[in-house]
Ligand binder design. Sequence first.
Ligand code: NAP
Length: 291
Amino acid sequence: MTAPMTSQMTAQNIDGIALSKQLRAEVTQRTLALKARGITPGLAVILVGEDPASQVYVRNKVKACEDSGLHSVFEKYEATLSQADLLARIAALNADKTIHGILVQMPLPKHIDPHAVIEAIAASKDVDGYSTLSAGELMTGAPGFNPCTPFGCMKLIESTGINLRGKHAVVIGRSNTVGKPMALMLLAAHATVTICHSATDNIKQHTLQADVVVAAVGRRNVLTADMVKPGAIVIDVGMNRDDNGKLCGDVDFAAIKEVASYITPVPGGVGPMTITMLLVNTLNSAERSAM
Ligand code: NAP
């Protein structure tokens, strides 16, 4: 998928479902090759409590593993589970040789410290890439696990065929799980990076300079067409509901499509890529364990 970054065009959709399918087919092939060597990549998913959205997310993650031939273990606990008991389960999974990735679904009940939980996961199994060690590896360019959502965004940008070297990228949002790692990945790809957040004055002044905009806020219409440079690539991470209760992103998709060169839809853009990159991270971990 390549096209020049020019003005006066209707943007092409970057299809996260199609790219996901392609990457998952590669995961399946690599999994088969690893199984032939006697190793089945394994992911453990832990859910504590009854949060309805979390239940959907973990179900999708477990199903994606099964569809690609990975081994998955799903552990569901009552919201009353103590932090000590959760840490003990993580310690057992850290020692389990059939498990190459451990994911604890967030948010956790209030009495459990998410940082203590994330840091308890063995560095070699931190497939969400949320630990301070994984963050440090990303920051220093050491090999490690990239957080799945920004990792997926990078694959979507790569699929356009446009080289990021020397391009100006603006990330809106600075969370530890999306905005900050996104900025570091863009920097590693030799983009010049600006990070905007809730205290940024005049975000438009920054986005109008951007060849790539990644919106990761969680608020509708954070990015409107008048804020986008003609020909820019727009990646929409946001997940919101419109007035009719329909899933939508952070960007004004219909209007920006007339200005940008490439744009990700919501749904069907970043969302499918997040789980795909979780599979990739788990597989990479299993391959590393086989070396
Ligand atoms: P988050 O932790 O709430 O962070 C939101 C960020 O947006 C913060 O850095 C905040 O700035 C910034 N922000 C808030 N209002 C703003 C404004 N008016 N202008 C500019 N920046 C503003 O959220 P997150 O976890 O990063 O997620 C962001 C969105 O992506 C959410 O909609 C989430 O559901 C979605 N998401 C989607 C996927 C997927 O797979 N599709 C995965 C993860 C997240 P401050 O730091 O200054 O408060």
